[in-house]
Ligand binder design. Sequence first.
Ligand SMILES: [Zn+2]
Ligand SMILES: [Zn+2]
Length: 212
Amino acid sequence: MRTRRPDVICDCQQCGKKFPVAAPNYDARVRAGYPPHFCSRVCMGMSWRTKSRETRVCQHCREPYFYQPGRTTHGVERKRGTLYCSKECQASAISAAAADPEFVGYTRGRRRDSNGYIVRRRADGGADAKEHILVMEQSLGRKLLKGEQVHHVNGQRADNRPRNLELWNTSQPAGQRVSDKIEFAKEILAEYGLSFQYTTASDVVSGVAGLI
Ligand SMILES: [Zn+2]
Ligand SMILES: [Zn+2]
């Protein structure tokens, strides 16, 4: 009587779990040049979608997870991709934000535009504007500059608590030459009123923190 060869234990390249593959199957896959990489179809699909194995820290539980990148244009990421390790964490983060007394959301006098942003009257009676921009302009004490965008840290467009808003600058250097990039970096520093005398990264960080 022939004894069955034990299963080959493989590591899933997506989730890291170990999974058994029947020995003859494993041999056939190796012979064909496609050794088993994934524990399941779900992980195989995930790996196609994520393409990278970059990890991020979940905005809610603070655990690292495989991050799904957002849409890119010519290699530049335009959307931030996922922020949470799971749908459960996303739901918990939303309910935690909604429970915060500072959270206002869609209430009277604040309408929701077709993209989910809150639009409201300006305090000075000017034209209606997106609330997250008004909140950011108020905390900066100035209007947004060209190329600046306001992002919602937790991904919730109705959550305009100041701590949930991040200032982004989406302008790009004209070229990829190092000299172009350095010129661009100088322009950015000048735009934010920073000299480029800073020598360490922490100088730059504290300089930027002083602005916000
Ligand atoms: Zn897996
Ligand atoms: Zn999480």
